[in-house]
Design a protein around this ligand. Structure first.
Ligand code: ADP
Ligand code: ZN
Ligand code: ZN
Length: 700
């Protein structure tokens, strides 16, 4: 008997990833198998019956099919819903089905043979028994539920009355969205369903994990994210797939968890860019969650205080110019009636007029902000100062000849890190000791230009003598556990002022923090990335939302912005905590410029040894579409160098595609895919090194 088996072939392979094999048994679709492929044996997934064998004397009869080596049939087959999700993701994001489906399995699972699998399953049984025992012991201690607030009650009543489908839960920070997720989860669990909860980042899983575990002590909870060991990830995945885990909490990869009893998907902080995978199959876990919910007839809760403009648009009724695809539930009030922090702007132009421009540039904190931080210090409260740039200074320069610390391998500056006196490229990692003198003219007077978190920390220490200052960024949290221990220090009140990048603004609940300041907020207003204002707004609202969660402290909580453009409408909306007004203004701009969510985009990136080769490739594949009817409704822009044109000695170029309908864009992409592979193969390995399509790109 013949079966079609899905394998993960190397990219752009001319072979179809569905291959026919001989099988002694009709294993059902979704069964994992080991099959010979070339000289290797690989993991495959039975995808359906094979082609009818051609008659022995007819054409094709000479093809000798190979046999499936073994079936891992101790594992229940991957269900149809799961296979359809993989197939959809592959088609939508223009990747091979084999890559997407097999890539969605835990890496350890793909390595196992049948005997090893049985051993892992037995280990899983043991874990399940232990979990069940622990659950039994714990279920007596289920905590008393908090009485829902009026808004929560209203949201829950509405949810109960709605048909399954995507719902945007638009609730202020601290409005109790999590409580709504938990109540919905309880309802679904009681009905025998499994609940999938997605969070943007691994370091947010422990908080929510603890909350889920206390809330559902009798339930089996597993997590799926990249911080787990391969063995843990495998066991978590198996528990979900065998229907033994009730709750699965994970980062974007968890959207591909196999969940035979799926009853609810929650996407917390749905606006977060980390839901978009940035390499390989560049999927959006949020968008796949919506698709999966629809396909499986399951409700999807998208929660945010600052939704993505795409989701906001989808949740706006058609009468208000929206797409009317999602329902929306609003929870504007904070639990306990706590006020949202007051937003205060420092008008740097006024300060400059008063004290001189030099005073503004040399001081990271303007006098009124510094004064506000001194007050916090005196009262024993904490402040958070945000700056989205790590290192001491973004560039080091020579005061006599103008030399700058560029990277030899990238079109970027190397960042000056003072702690270990290095110049480090944040794009390729190239790092060197700071030279004693200018490499170009020999002058020893090399000076930092601009300011990163390291320098900000140093300057604040000078401005606030005696204050205990901490810093959290990618440099201080490189070692495993260091982020946790630094966060614990903040929670324990061992730090007065925390300096950090956006990494600290997400999800952490700092109870004694009553001031959040963005010292260089303006950068996003003039970014070439059209999503930068949306990100800035979300960052500030989120960071501010963390401040003063205690009702008694909330009253004196403040968000401070230092800006040269105090009258900017974004800041005006922020001062009023008015996300809907901000979104309306942004959507108007997007609509008039025909940008997402009013247009659908794909970005084709190419990497080559020379910029010319990368652009030639893009020109060629663009020209190939000239007379296609599929290209009629798609605007293909000319190729341009990537924002950082050269990284690690590789030249990068890109080309944007835009269409007013998703279908039109996908019709073109479907026909284009083979052309891309062929063109890349023709120009040869030596010229075009790599290309990748990014559907619904987040950054252009
Ligand atoms: P969000 O996720 O919207 O930012 P949370 O769900 O984290 O807000 O709720 C904020 C705080 O309010 C949490 O400490 C939570 O335990 C508490 N909380 C939520 N709902 C209630 C309620 N109904 N009664 C009392 N406290 C609540
Ligand atoms: Zn010099
Ligand atoms: Zn570099």
């Amino acid at each position: 008997m013949r079966l079609k088996v899905l394998v993960d072939l190397p990219r752009h392979s001319p072979l179809d990833p569905l291959l026919d094999y001989l099988a002694p048994e009709a294993w059902p679709a979704g069964t994992l198998v080991r099959v010979p492929l070339g000289r290797r044996e690989v993991c495959g997934i039975v995808w359906g019956p094979g082609d009818e064998p051609a008659s022995p004397d007819g054409e094709g009869g000479a093809v000798v099919l190979r046999e499936i080596a073994q079936a891992l049939d101790a594992l229940p087959p991957l269900g149809e819903a799961w296979r359809r999700l993989a197939a959809f993701a592959a088609t939508y994001y223009q990747r091979s089905l084999g890559e997407v489906a097999l890539g969605a399995l835990p890496p350890d699972l793909r390595e196992l043979d049948a005997t090893q699998l049985v051993r892992r399953l037995r280990r899983g049984d043991k874990l399940d028994r232990e979990a069940a025992k622990a659950a039994q012991a714990a279920s007596a201690e289920a905590p008393p539920l908090p009485e829902p607030s009026d808004e929560q009650r209203e949201a829950l009543v509405q949810l109960a009355a709605m048909p399954p489908g995507p719902v945007l839960l638009f609730g202020a920070t601290g409005s109790g969205k999590t409580e709504v997720y938990l109540r919905e989860a309880a309802r679904v669990l009681a009905a025998g369903g499994q609940v999938l909860v997605l969070v943007p980042e691994i370091n947010l899983t422990p908080q929510l994990e603890a909350r889920l575990a206390t809330r559902f002590p009798g339930r089996r909870l597993v997590s799926l994210h990249s911080g787990l060991t391969p063995a843990q990830r495998l066991q978590g995945w198996l528990a979900a797939h065998r229907g033994r885990a009730d709750l699965v909490l994970g980062t974007r990869m968890a959207i591909f968890a196999s969940l035979p009893r799926l009853g609810l998907i929650v996407v917390d902080e749905e606006h977060d860019p980390s839901y978009k995978q940035q390499e390989g199959a560049r999927y959006s876990a949020r968008d796949l969650a919506v698709w999966r919910g629809r396909a499986e007839g399951v409700p999807v809760l998208l929660g945010s205080a600052t939704p993505s403009l795409e989701s906001w648009h989808n949740a706006l009724p058609a009468a208000e110019g929206g797409a009317g695809r999602y329902r929306r539930l609003d929870m504007p009030a904070r639990i306990g009636g706590g006020a949202l922090p007051r937003v205060r702007t420092v008008d740097l132009a006024r300060i400059a007029a008063q004290f001189g421009k030099r005073a503004v540039y040399s001081q990271p904190l303007a006098p009124p902000l510094l004064e506000a931080m001194r007050e916090r210090l005196a009262r024993g409260e904490q402040s958070l100062v945000l700056l989205n740039r790590r290192g001491y200074a973004p560039v080091l320069h020579c005061t006599s000849c103008g030399w700058k610390s560029d990277c030899a391998h990238c079109s970027a500056w190397r960042v000056f890190h003072r702690s270990d006196r290095t110049l480090r490229c944040h794009h390729c990692g190239f790092s060197e000791r700071v030279p004693f003198a200018c490499p170009s003219c020999g002058d020893p007077d090399l000076q930092p230009m601009g300011r990163g978190t390291e320098r900000l920390e140093e300057q604040i220490a000078e401005l606030l003598p005696g204050a205990r200052i901490g810093r959290i960024d990618a440099d201080t949290t490189r070692h495993k556990g260091s982020l946790e221990s630094q966060l614990a220090q903040v929670h324990d009140g061992e730090i007065d002022v925390l300096v950090g990048t956006q990494m600290v603004a997400k999800g952490h609940d700092f109870r004694r923090m009553t001031l959040v300041a963005a010292v260089q907020a303006d950068a996003a207003l003039f970014s070439s990335d059209f999503r930068a204002p949306e990100r800035l707004f979300a960052l500030l609202m989120q960071a501010g939302g963390r401040a003063g969660r205690d009702a008694e402290l909330a009253g004196r909580s403040e968000i401070w912005l230092q800006t040269w453009h105090a009258a900017h409408p974004l800041y005006a909306a922020l001062r009023r905590h008015d996300y809907p007004a901000f979104a309306a203004a942004q959507l108007l701009e997007r609509e008039s410029a025909a940008m997402p969510p009013y247009a659908f985009q794909a970005l084709l990136r190419a990497e080559a040894r020379s910029q010319q080769a990368a652009c030639d490739f893009l020109e060629t594949v663009s020209a190939a579409t000239l007379d296609w009817p599929e290209a009629a409704e798609v605007l293909i822009f000319p190729p341009v160098p990537a924002p950082i044109q050269r990284v690690a000695d590789v030249e990068r170029a890109q080309m944007l595609l835009e269409a007013s309908s998703r279908q039109a864009l996908h019709r073109l992409l479907a026909r284009w895919q083979p052309v891309l592979s062929q063109a890349a193969a023709r120009t040869g390995e030596a010229r075009v090194l790599r290309w990748a399509l990014d559907v619904d790109p987040l950054a252009i």
